[in-house]
Design a binder for this molecule. Structure first.
Ligand code: IPM
Ligand code: MG
Length: 355
């Protein structure tokens, strides 16, 4: 097949890890006879520096004209001033919204060889295989009114948590469809004991669940879910939740594996075009040192092959190659090894194992 891939390497270690993932895609293209065309665009802090905005129009147009987007990371201390008018994160939020990417898939599957890196006892992480599906274009991130104003009683800031039943239905439905192909358990996470939006969420989840009698639906309040992710992680299969809860829970779930650098994500909408990015950030402290772990980005392109291009065999080839590299002790410095590989060496270790 032929596909156009937009690259937004972004800031910090973004360009380094995106480079390695592209080389893996090139290796796949050669082996399986595909043609991937890459075009690079500015997003985040680098775009602010050059154009004064986190998402220049050329970037949006380039992404809209592509079959998939691969993103590195955005942000860094240089742009962190809380009073700044433009922020790198605006670029990420804008691209999600503009591309209609309402479903963020974040798989959390630890590698047995890395269990020692987890802050939890090995028996608490053995068997963990969770897919968090986070709603990505609604909730507090985008709700209006939003803003600040001076009032006689002092300055006032407001964010709005709003969801329509349609927005909830489409993401919960996706969770059920995916759970059907997994262990058939959907955990819907809300704060229905306090929030009106959560009560609607729970009501819709129950309605949608009736169309999927083969899948079990359970509800957890977000605070208790946060606790159970630590105490009972192996019991979860698919977790579906609203934007902000999903943001928080996925960082928590990610550390279960002890390897933030390893985890990929996919953001999907109605069509096949998706945005793929590692879940780690721009890691400014190690940017430019050539030691960043490229695996999260490499596994993100595996998700791209699966969800945007329907290339399951190729996706699995990458996932197997990564697992094999880890099993062979090919590790970057974040994975606690005496002989760490550089970013490019780690990329090569994966490519060599693409059977
Ligand atoms: C994430 C990040 C983003 C988010 C930030 C960078 C805007 O934390 O992808 O989880 O909050 O969605
Ligand atoms: Mg986050």
């Amino acid at each position: 097949m032929k596909a156009k891939i937009a690259l937004t390497p972004g800031d910090g270690i973004g360009p380094e890890v995106v480079h390695e993932a592209c080389r893996v895609l090139e290796a796949i293209a050669e082996r399986f006879n595909h043609k991937f065309e890459f075009a690079e665009y500015l997003l985040g802090g680098c775009a602010i520096d050059k154009h004064g905005t986190a998402m220049p129009d050329a970037t949006l147009q380039g992404c809209l004209a592509s079959d998939a987007v691969l993103l590195g990371a955005v942000g860094g201390p240089k742009w962190d001033d809380p009073s700044a008018k433009v922020r790198p994160e605006q670029g990420l939020l804008a691209i999600r919204k503009q591309l209609g990417l309402y479903a963020n898939l974040r798989p959390v599957t630890p590698y047995p060889q890395l269990a020692r890196m987890s802050p939890l006892k090995p028996e608490r992480v053995t068997g963990v295989d969770i897919l968090v599906i986070r709603e990505l274009t609604g909730g507090l991130y985008f709700g209006t009114p939003k803003g600040r104003e001076k009032t006689p009683a002092g300055e006032r800031a407001v964010d709005t948590l709003v969801y329509t039943d349609g927005e909830i239905r489409r993401i919960v439905r996706l969770a059920f469809q995916i759970a059907q192909k997994r262990r058939k358990l959907v955990t819907s996470v809300d704060k229905a004991n306090v929030l009106e939006s959560s009560r609607l969420w729970r009501q819709v989840a129950i309605e949608v669940g009736k169309d999927f009698p083969d899948v079990k639906l359970e509800h957890h309040l977000v605070d208790s879910c946060a606790m159970r992710l630590i105490t009972h992680a192996p019991q979860f299969d698919v977790i579906v939740t609203e934007n902000m809860f999903g943001d928080i829970l996925t960082d928590e779930a990610a550390v279960l594996t002890g390897s933030l650098g390893m985890l990929p994500s996919a953001s999907l909408g109605e069509g096949r075009r998706g945005l793929y990015e590692p879940i780690h950030g721009s890691a400014p402290d190690i940017a430019g040192k050539g030691i960043a772990n490229p695996v999260g980005t490499i596994l993100s392109v595996a998700m791209m092959l699966r969800y945007s291009f329907g290339l399951e065999t190729e996706a699995r080839a990458i996932e197997r190659a990564v697992a094999q590299a880890i099993a062979d002790g090919q590790l970057t410095v974040d994975l606690g090894t005496a002989k760490p590989l550089s970013t490019t060496q780690m990329g090569a270790a994966v490519r060599e194992r693409l059977a």
